[in-house]
Design a protein around this ligand. Structure first.
Ligand code: PEP
Length: 251
């Protein structure tokens, strides 16, 4: 099923303070100007900014997301942690889970699965990141890794309604390298096939791509069948770069 709009999801990573709202403001001005109903813009910002930004965006078409959460949804003795219930109450509607930068720092598939279940329970939409490393790609293991990450990450998840799967090859994040048209087509088709099989074709599948998306490659990326949008890291920290990406999609 083709989805009704394209997602443009900014992953700000460890970037931004209150003054960075000006970036979102400029993006907001741009989307108001073009009046496009074809895009859903989400800024996944550091937890320190969720509440302030969500309040300022209440009357806009831009949504706020978090970048990770604890797996427990009750309060507890977990110094420095924030759970999905707290994220939700701060005003976020989305949360990125399974990002390779968090996997490298210790998020296992099992932990990611528990985080996903807790986020869904608290009514957040999960941007679930999966992707192979360069080594795995060289060994032709891409589909095997994607399949395993989907099976483990979505274990006991009953519906895809609150899941956006983001295909993010680890080797493309922040490197300027993107998969070839054929590689991306294959990966996206495989993810779609896998999700349809796992969920008995019952739910609409939303798949986005992330990894070095920029103004130069968006024209090519947008032509790939089955991609419902993009997760944009580095380029989303600049209003100009982010807006230029949007412009290239809607020209
Ligand atoms: C990301 O970290 O999710 C990402 C897509 O980063 P970048 O666009 O910088 O490669």
């Amino acid at each position: 099923m083709t989805y009704k709009y394209k997602y443009f999801i900014a992953n700000w990573k460890m970037f931004g303070d209150f003054s960075s709202f000006k970036i979102i403001n400029l993006v907001n001005n741009y989307i108001n100007k073009i009046k496009s109903k074809k895009s859903r813009i989400i800024f996944c910002v550091p937890s320190t900014l969720i509440s302030y930004f969500s309040n300022r965006l209440k009357k806009s078409n831009i949504f706020i997301g978090a970048q990770n959460c604890h797996y427990l949804d009750e309060y507890g003795s977990h110094t420095g942690s924030i759970n999905s219930k707290m994220i939700k109450s701060a005003g976020a509607k989305y949360v990125i889970l399974g990002h390779s930068e968090n996997r490298i720092e210790g998020d296992t598939d099992n932990l990611i699965n528990n985080k996903i279940k807790s986020a869904i329970k608290n009514n957040l939409v999960v941007i679930f990141c999966i992707g192979e490393t360069l080594n795995q790609k060289k060994q032709n293991l891409t589909n095997k890794i994607l399949s395993m990450q989907i099976d483990k990450g979505l274990r006991l998840v009953k519906s895809l309604n609150k899941i956006i799967v983001s295909y993010e090859p680890v080797w493309s994040i922040g490197t300027g390298k993107i998969p070839t048209h054929k590689e991306l087509n294959n990966a996206v088709s495989f993810i779609k096939y896998k999700l349809n099989k796992k969920f008995n074709n019952k739910h609409s599948v939303k798949i986005i791509y992330g990894g070095s998306v920029n103004v130069k490659n968006i024209g090519e990326l947008i032509t790939i069948q089955g991609i419902n949008g993009f997760l944009i890291g580095g380029a989303s920290q600049s209003a100009k770069k982010f807006i230029d990406i949007l412009k290239n999609c809607y020209k």
